[in-house]
Design a protein around this ligand. Structure first.
Ligand code: DGY
Length: 318
């Protein structure tokens, strides 16, 4: 029997490309960047394996060939896919939950520590050749131990960050739609309003999904209610942040430092960030470990194979 045709929008880890070629008639690519002619390339495909940054909006999904029955995204986030449009076309969508939670939480901790301890400035100083040696007042940062960490979005990744941050001696608070059961809360303090949550966030970690319901959640109004000198990190989605407001607060020092892995309009981030010393900038590395990307690839391929076989995989989104 002929294997289903899988159109892959980006180069994948070699082991995952081998798996794709084993289980599908895989149309692979050597490209690491979004393919401009996605629709033209999808002709005759049964399934599409896409990535964050590939825009599968209403217009693109409406124009997909009738052969397409499954879309798998090499990510846990699916804000780049119009789920209603997929549903309307009878196309099933799957993603890569769970397997990237630890790696993404590690990245958030990296941002917290790097922002608090001014690691970006320190690295630039050493590389500039201008470092004069140890000095009692040089690049003084903030100890995170004993600080209050507020997590906006206490899903799987948020809970991993909570666990890691508690290991660093941080007091964890969280804001979400509902309180977690005790066994998942692990002593973190739930807040059912921004009024109680924002003033305790000496460090704020954004971990909610992207999309319209959270667009620019961190705006000027909420930033003003964070403690003076707070640290903000975002390893979730750039759309959670109003960049103009955050950049203004970083300039005044109301926000002492930020650590960002994700941006509005990636990769064309707001150039204002590039002018600031007190921001650590990473290129969307959250899940970027070999073992995690391998697990993500296996999960999304198995999800698409199950969909095409008429089954509902555990990683089915719609
Ligand atoms: C995801 O899975 O949504 C990440 O942002 C990709 O690393």
């Amino acid at each position: 029997m002929a294997k289903p045709v899988l159109f892959v929008t980006r180069r994948l880890p070699a082991s995952i490309e081998a798996l794709a070629a084993r289980d599908f008639d895989a149309r692979l690519t050597a490209s690491d960047v979004a393919i401009p002619d996605l629709l033209a390339r999808a002709g005759g495909a049964d399934a599409i394996l896409c990535c964050p940054g590939d825009v599968l909006d209403q217009a693109v999904i409406a124009a997909l060939p009738d052969t397409v029955k499954a879309i798998g995204t090499f990510s846990v986030g699916y804000d780049h896919i119009d789920l209603n449009a997929a549903r309307a076309r009878g196309i099933k969508v799957c993603n890569t939950p769970d397997v990237l939670s630890v790696a993404t939480a590690e990245c958030a901790m990296l941002l917290i520590l790097a922002a608090a301890r001014r690691a970006g400035e320190g690295e630039r100083l050493v590389r500039s050749g201008g470092w004069q040696g140890w000095a009692p007042t040089q690049l003084l940062g903030t100890q995170v131990s004993g600080r209050r960490l507020g997590i906006f979005g206490m899903g799987r990744i948020g809970r991993e960050i909570a666990r890691m941050a508690q290991g660093f001696g941080m007091e964890v608070h969280y804001r979400d739609q509902a309180r977690l059961p005790d066994d998942l809360e692990h002593g973190a303090v739930f807040h059912d309003s921004d009024d109680s949550f924002l003033p305790v966030c000496e460090v704020l970690s954004l971990n909610a999904p992207g999309g319209e319901s959270t667009r620019h959640w961190l705006n000027a109004h909420r930033i003003a209610r964070l403690p003076q000198g707070a640290i903000v990190v975002n390893a979730a989605r750039g759309s959670l942040v109003d960049d103009t407001a955050l950049i203004a607060a970083l300039r005044t020092g109301h926000i002492a430092a930020a650590g960002l892995d994700v941006y509005n309009n990636e990769p064309a981030l707001d150039p204002g960030y590039l002018t600031l010393e007190n921001v650590v900038l990473l290129p969307h590395l959250g899940s970027a470990t070999s073992e995690t990307r391998d697990a993500m690839g296996r999960l999304v391929l198995s999800g698409m194979a199950a969909i095409l076989a008429g089954q509902a995989p555990p990683n089915l989104v719609v």
